[in-house]
Every structure is written in structure tokens, then in C-alpha cells.
Design a binder for this molecule. Structure first.
Ligand code: FMN
Length: 210
């Protein structure tokens, strides 16, 4: 939190600055109530809607066999992408970010809950991609914030997007819906979360022009 933060908004600012993608401190042993996930998705539905129409769909995955199947796909994609670059690097020398990403990849199949976010998308790629994704991504982030409000944590992941067809087949997703984000959801080990170092944010603000 910052001294410039307006008085009265400290809870909100704390949530906005400390809602992290949690990959290491996940309670894999603790179930998450489906009603709680649904309630977070109810809150997520308050995000902006184009023409007042909800275009996001969610699959709440808690079935062990389905999570294991997702985990196989995720693990294969992640290691397929990074193993070559990481070959020969001892585990203890891996940067913290890589270590935590690998931990998630290796444990994705043991998560208590994964929420898959899909957007209703035309089969031909629209020119205005931002407009399409705006129907899903703000809602997905609202879901992450709402989950935090219930003491849950999430991680923002798009690795599974590279296996669209396989994932869609696994869950019977009709043609015309595109996977945009997968949100592992779990209780965390401990509730202490800090703001991340986000270097250069100030230089990226261009007042009145670039
Ligand atoms: C577009 C996007 C896609 C991402 N995909 C993944 C992913 O598939 N797997 C992963 O472990 N982290 C992924 N990340 C990174 C994490 O969500 C997170 O941003 C990172 O661990 C840093 O943590 P923090 O955002 O809480 O500071 C992605 C982030 C973004 C913005």
C-alpha cells in the first residue's frame, strides 16, 4: 500500500495489489466448495458486457480424473516448451519464477479446482481481437479477485490454450467457443501476500501523448 492511496480504499487497494498468481503455496489436499466457485463466477458476471450480453462460459473442473487429464496435457505442453532451455541447469539454480512455474506444471493434475474460461468467438478470426477478449478477460480477473475475497488463490495461466482442441473435446465444448484462460483455484499455505515489483510502470504512462 502507498501513502497516496485514498483514505477509505485501503481494503480495495490491498486486494488489487496483493492478488498474486500463486503456484507454489497451493493446498493441493484441501477441497474447494463448488458453491464458492459459483459465487465467485456470479461476481465475475458483473464485469463489462458488450451489448449487455454475457459471452463468457466457464467450466468448473473438480473431478479428479478430469483434473488429472488436464494436468497431463498441461505438463506435456510446459515441459515441451521449456525443457530444452532448462536442460543441465540444476534445480537449485533455476530462477524462482521458473521453479514455481515448473512446480505448477508438475502438480496441475493434483489441483482441487481448475476454472476454464471460454469466450463465444466467431469461427473466422475477427479483426477486433480486443473486443472479443474483453468479454472474457475482465470477468476472469474479477473471478480471481472474488476468489481472493474468500481466502482462495488462483493462478493466471494460458498454457492450455495451446491444446484448445484436446481440452474442448475432453469437456464437450461446442464449436464456436475458444479457451482463453485456465485458473487453478485452491486454498493457499498462509494468507500473507505482498505487492510484486513491477519495474517501469511509471515510464509506461504517457500523459497526453506518447
Ligand atoms: C498472459 C499470461 C499468461 C500466463 N500464463 C502462464 C502459464 O500458463 N503458466 C504459468 O505458470 N504462469 C503463467 N503466467 C504468469 C503468472 O500468471 C504470473 O503472472 C507470474 O507468476 C507472476 O506472478 P504475479 O503476477 O503474481 O506477480 C501468465 C501470465 C500472463 C499475463
Amino acid at each position: 500500500m502507498n501513502e497516496q492511496d485514498p483514505p477509505g480504499n485501503h481494503d480495495l487497494v490491498a486486494v488489487l495489489t496483493t492478488t498474486r498468481s500463486v503456484r507454489l503455496r497451493l493446498r493441493l489436499d484441501l477441497p474447494v466448495a463448488r458453491e464458492d466457485v459459483h459465487d465467485c463466477l456470479r461476481i465475475a458476471a458483473q464485469a463489462p458486457t458488450g451489448a449487455g450480453t454475457l459471452k463468457a462460459h466457464w467450466i468448473v473442473v473438480q473431478n479428479g480424473a478430469s483434473i488429472a487429464a488436464l494436468g497431463e496435457i498441461y505438463r506435456g505442453l510446459w515441459h515441451g516448451r521449456y525443457d530444452h532451455a532448462l536442460a543441465g541447469v540444476p534445480q537449485e539454480d533455476l530462477p524462482a519464477d521458473v521453479r514455481s512455474a515448473m512446480h505448477l506444471a508438475d502438480n496441475f493434475g493434483r489441483l482441487p479446482t481448475v476454472v476454464l474460461g471460454f469466450v463465444e468467438a466467431p469461427t473466422d478470426t475477427p479483426d477486433n481481437q480486443a473486443s472479443l477478449w474483453s468479454s472474457l478477460l475482465p470477468a476472469a480477473w474479477s473471478y480471481a479477485l472474488a476468489a481472493r475475497g474468500r481466502g482462495l488463490v488462483t493462478a493466471w495461466t494460458t498454457t492450455l490454450n495451446d491444446a484448445q482442441t484436446e481440452v474442448s473435446k475432453l469437456f464437450g465444448v461446442p464449436i464456436g467457443y475458444t479457451l482463453g484462460v485456465a485458473l487453478p483455484t485452491a486454498y493457499p499455505e498462509g494468507q500473507a501476500f505482498k505487492p510484486a515489483a513491477r519495474y517501469g510502470w511509471r515510464e509506461r504512462i504517457h500523459d497526453e501523448g506518447w
